[in-house]
Ligand binder design. Structure first.
Ligand code: F6P
Length: 463
């Protein structure tokens, strides 16, 4: 192989540059040129295919810094429609004309779904990323448990999980954790800790919403910030039990901190935060408002009188407040765990191309004996019997619905990831950079300005 391509698809995550760098460093060892395609799949959809040579003379460009959040290549949620064969053929033709012999897509479950039609045309593999940690399988046979029926709302199907027939074992998880997840948990847990002191001082009930779509991993990980209650999408809300617990805690400590995953569902399975669902271009539901919906519920259940009687607040609305951790949990410098494993996975993706693998995914495995290691896996094994890839939900056994906190298994799952997840340099970075006097005088210098100078375009085909 002489030249490969790489792109970052879907939403940005903290360790994308680390994955790209890992791939480029590995490619340098094999004397392979790497073209970085700009803005995910949208770069390939544009006839001039804007791209950057990431390793002139087989040395990575200086903008490629593994500690930098986001992606120097740019990201987009543009996706390739498998039914649009004409566009896919055009993409394949552009790849060929650029002399690209294999493509690495860095992405999540949506990107893996889009990989198949590409892999029918040229060699393509996926390096994983997502803060939601929802790309993977709890066990090998999990995709076979999906059932589908025609949608009552119109064309298409609705998918439902059938009963699990597998004993769960952490060692059998496929893609134990994805780059980006640890950093987002770090930010969320810290956010929870900071909200606590306001709740404590002002006798308030705080509801902190974290991302994750339909998977509760980030919410579970926020346990490191010691919230009193965690609510995850994988377990339906039990309003009576929640009220009892909130009331009990508030009586005892005069403040409560509740973390909610954005995809939490009510007793009938309806998403609390998707009263008016919208979709991104890849068809994912954009969730908003789980915390607000829960606040309304608590305001109604408590009533103003309760807070007035105890002289804690003039009204329930003033006592119960919400905060979204929002995009801060997805941005900025990746912590050591993410950086290290992301670059290993980038390197593995190159090895997989060299080994002739196609439609495959680089995965991060963990076992009690070996600890973390990278491996290559067949992308098709992630698909259900109709060929569709579902986002991984947190295994229900990770959560204790009575305690409303991580269960013993959930704690066992998290410890290998988060013990030592922060490097000394991550801490030193804070000391060095936050109050650097230059921050006050120098304008922000965006890496996009430098990368833009390196962008090249595909020449139009000769007539
Ligand atoms: O999939 C990553 C994620 O950050 C989700 O946790 C969240 O629901 C969504 O993306 C937000 O997307 P956007 O940044 O496009 O609003």
């Amino acid at each position: 192989m002489k030249r490969i391509g790489i792109l970052t698809a879907g939403g940005d995550t903290p360790a994308l540059n680390a994955t790209v760098k890992g791939a480029v460093v590995r490619a340098n060892q094999h004397r392979i040129e790497v073209y970085g395609f700009v803005k995910g799949f949208s770069g390939l959809l544009f006839p001039h295919v804007p791209h950057v040579l990431l390793n002139p003379l087989f040395m990575e460009i200086p903008e490629l810094d593994e500690t930098l959040g986001g992606t120097i290549l740019g990201a987009s949620r543009a996706f390739l429609d498998p039914a649009d064969t004409a566009t896919l053929d055009q993409v394949a033709d552009r790849i060929k004309r650029l002399g690209i012999e294999g493509l690495i897509c860095i992405g999540g479950d949506g990107t893996l779904n889009g990989l198949q039609p590409l892999a029918d045309r040229f060699q393509a593999v996926l390096a994983p990323k997502t803060i939601d940690n929802d790309l993977g399988l709890n066990y090998r046979s999990e995709p076979d448990e999906w059932l589908r029926k025609p949608s009552a709302q119109g064309p298409g199907f609705v998918y439902e999980r059938g009963r699990s027939r597998e004993a769960f074992d952490l060692d059998n998880m496929i893609n134990y954790a994805t780059p980006g997840f640890a950093t987002s948990v770090f930010v969320s847990a810290e956010g929870v800790r900071r909200i606590r002191t306001t709740a404590e001082s002002h006798r308030r009930i705080a509801i902190v919403e974290v991302m994750g779509r339909h998977s509760g991993y980030i919410a579970l990980g926020s346990a490191f910030g010691q919230p009193d209650i965690i609510l995850v999408p994988e377990h339906r809300l039990d309003v009576a039990a929640l009220m009892e617990r909130v009331w009990e805690l508030y009586e005892l400590q005069k403040n409560v901190v509740i973390v909610v995953g954005e995809g939490i569902v009510d007793e009938s399975g309806q998403e609390l935060g998707a009263r008016h669902p919208t979709h991104d271009p890849a068809g994912n539901v954009i969730l908003s408002g789980a915390a607000e919906a829960l606040r309304e519920l608590l305001v109604r259940q408590f009533g103003d009188d309760y807070f007035r009687k105890h002289r804690r607040a003039p009204s329930a609305r003033e006592a119960i407040f919400t905060r979204k951790v929002g995009h801060t949990q997805r941005g900025g410098r990746p912590i050591l765990f993410d950086r290290f494993h992301a670059s290993q996975l980038g390197g593995k993706a190159v090895d997989m191309l060299l080994d002739g693998m196609n439609n495959a995914i680089a995965i991060l495995q963990w076992s009690a004996k070996r600890g973390f290691y990278v491996d290559g896996y067949d992308g098709n094994a992630f698909r259900d019997r109709w060929g569709f890839i579902h986002a991984r939900q947190m295994h229900p056994s990770f959560y204790d619905p009575l305690l409303m906190k991580p269960s013993k298994v959930g704690i066992e799952y998290m410890l290998p990831i988060f013990t030592n997840a922060i490097g000394y340099d991550d801490v030193e970075f804070i000391r060095d950079s936050v109050f650097d006097s230059g921050n006050l005088t120098q304008p922000y210098h965006s890496v996009n300005t430098d990368v833009a100078k390196r962008i090249r375009y595909l020449e139009p085909p000769r007539e």
